[in-house]
Design a protein around this ligand. Structure first.
Ligand code: GLY
Length: 583
């Protein structure tokens, strides 16, 4: 079964269970200040998991593009990717364990749907701890569906608990489904540590909210949140041993091998091929969603992906210029049908990849030479790792990979200390922040959300009409807004933007929310980065702004206070960044 057929079946199945299809959101969270990427379908739904009414109702389903960097070192094995498409269904204060599990079982095993053999399935359930009891209810439902005791594993929080995506927010115990992808019949007992058992689907029972002190309290409503990676299930349905052998990946992998001039690759080369395939795919989708390579936040992750792909190209002996661009062309061909934006932005994507490749090429050879010199005593100090980063454009991951290949140690902690000392580069460039915190809905954050919409409109008015959001990040202290503009703003322009916004604020304009379909929203002139179908919330501030957004927002502009821009700088090529506060 091809990926598109799977997606269609999934949506059709859950529609038959009265779910409404919702948008496939941007990879860059639009209303979540504290996470870099959409890592699961539930991210854009946090306000609704917390109790806000969703315009499409209580049962939702979608395909969501996701990016996870937590397992980036695993990319190259059979089943790990950074970018993937997740199938998800949600019950928002509606159905609970029985329906969720029964439907998962039906979709996986029924002839009409995926028709997977029950005797190759295993499941895990939450074993219980001080925060939540053993999930006997799920065990019973699985048994009623014909899953034997030996095929049920009882695991703790580390494995059978999902969320919050960051430090705080909705979370709960989960039950995961595994498929025996090994040779021959599945063993009688399900062993989750045996890698032949592939995790395919996760049903999360989100009934708790975790607060900043780490305490769990019952949510207002019980939610079901499920997630199934399309690439893994396709691997099983197509009977392949690796995600990279499935129909969507074959043309990408073939292209890389063709550029390298190989028919066959050895095991080490295979890893390089896979890393290039994964990383360029992720980079293509990130640029499509408005990210440009830089040294901070999402831009830094993109830079890492592109540069790592280029280095692996070199390992394969590919001398071709525009390596990433050549591969990206294949990726755009494969995914344009589902993501028409890729075709529209083809030139931009290819240009961005070429620019980054050219930049990296200027320092790559010299950096590799420097690396050799540095490693005479089999160690890379923090200072040297930082020098490679700062002066030769080597992301830490490349230094670590190189070190591993050469049996050399890197002082990662020392690197991080240097990094802190030298730059106020975002914490995201090192591991810590990849999955951090969820949006808070405090008064300050709410005001800053509405102020962000006003800023967007003011920039259009003062600078040029085709200003587009390239990123947004809100903490309770400030807003940060990235947009396409290719020079520094003058002092007068900054003043004009501030005055425009403060005038609007003073006018006591009502902020209105309407629910409508995407096409109605587009017709009404709403802006927003949404693909696919479904109902959305559109927030209007008089005639000044109309944006598709999940909120929260103030009810009247007068609640916002005084708007002040505290910083304006470049964020990456062609992108400016404004930080602003309210007083
Ligand atoms: N949110 C559920 C999952 O990602 O597995």
């Amino acid at each position: 079964m091809r990926s598109n057929q799977l997606k269609e079946k999934y949506i059709e199945f859950f529609k038959s269970k009265k779910h409404k299809e919702i948008s496939n959101f941007s990879l860059i969270p639009q209303n979540d200040p504290t996470v870099l990427f959409t890592t699961a379908g539930m991210h854009p739904l946090v306000p609704y998991l917390l109790g806000q009414k969703h315009p499409s109702g209580k049962r939702l389903v979608n395909v969501q593009k996701c990016l996870r960097t937590g397992d980036i070192d695993e990319v190259g094995n059979d089943i790990h990717l950074t970018f993937f498409e997740m199938l998800g269904n949600w019950g928002l204060g509606d159905y609970w364990k029985e329906d969720a599990i029964n439907w998962s079982f039906e979709f996986l095993t029924d002839k009409k749907w995926l028709n997977l053999p029950v005797d190759r399935l295993g499941v895990s359930v939450f074993a219980g701890d001080k925060d939540s009891p053993k999930d006997e209810e799920s065990v019973k439902i699985w048994k009623d569906n014909g899953i034997f005791e030996k095929r049920i594993a009882y695991l703790g929080k580390k494995d059978n608990w999902w969320g919050p995506a960051g430090q705080t927010g909705p979370c709960g115990p989960c039950t995961e489904m595994f498929y025996w992808a090994g040779k021959g019949d599945a063993p009688e007992r399900f062993d989750p540590t045996d890698s032949n058992w592939i995790e395919i689907w996760n049903d999360v029972f989100m009934q708790y909210n975790k607060d900043i002190e780490g305490k769990y309290s019952e949510l207002k409503q019980k939610n079901v949140d499920t997630g199934m990676g399309t690439e893994r299930i396709i691997m099983i349905l197509e009977g392949k041993n690796s995600i990279y052998e499935t129909s969507n990946f074959v043309p990408i992998v073939e292209k890389i091998k063709q550029l390298a001039g190989f028919d066959k690759v050895n095991e080490v080369e295979e890893i390089s091929v896979r890393k290039i395939a994964d990383h360029v795919r992720a980079a293509t989708f990130l640029i499509n969603d408005g990210v440009a390579p830089s040294n901070a936040d999402q831009g830094y992750v993109l830079r890492r992906l592109i540069r790592t792909a280029i280095r692996h190209g070199r390992i394969l002996g590919i001398s071709q210029k525009n390596l990433c661009g050549e591969i990206s062309k294949e990726i755009i061909k494969i995914y344009s049908k589902n993501y028409p934006g890729l075709k529209e932005k083809r030139k931009k994507i290819l240009d961005e990849l070429d620019i980054e490749e050219t930049k990296f090429e200027q320092t790559l050879e010299k950096g590799l030479k420097k690396f050799k010199e540095m490693t005479k005593n089999r160690k890379i100090s923090g200072k040297n790792a930082f020098l490679l980063f700062q002066s030769y454009g080597f992301p830490l991951e490349i230094v670590r990979e190189l070190a591993e290949e050469n049996g050399v140690k890197v002082d990662v902690k020392g690197f991080e200390r240097e990094l802190k000392k030298h730059q106020e580069i975002s914490r995201t460039s090192t591991k810590g922040k990849f999955g951090s915190g969820l949006a808070d809905q405090s008064e300050e954050v709410t005001k800053l959300h509405t102020a962000t919409h006003l800023l967007h409109s003011a920039l259009k008015k003062v600078l040029k009409e085709d200003i587009e959001q390239r990123g947004s990040n809100i903490t309770s202290e400030r807003l940060r807004f990235d947009f396409n503009f290719d020079r520094k703003l003058t002092e007068e322009e900054i003043k004009k933007v501030e005055e425009t916004i403060n005038d609007w604020i003073k006018k006591d304009i009502v902020v209105k929310m309407d629910e409508m379909t995407i096409s109605e929203a587009k017709k009404a002139g709403a802006i927003g980065l949404f693909e696919y179908s479904g109902k959305v919330s559109v927030y209007s501030i008089g005639k000044i702004s109309k944006e598709i957004c999940t909120g929260p927002h103030v009810k009247n502009t007068k609640e916002i206070g005084k708007f002040e821009i505290v910083k304006e700088k470049s964020s990456s090529a062609g992108v400016r960044r404004i930080k602003a506060i309210l007083s």
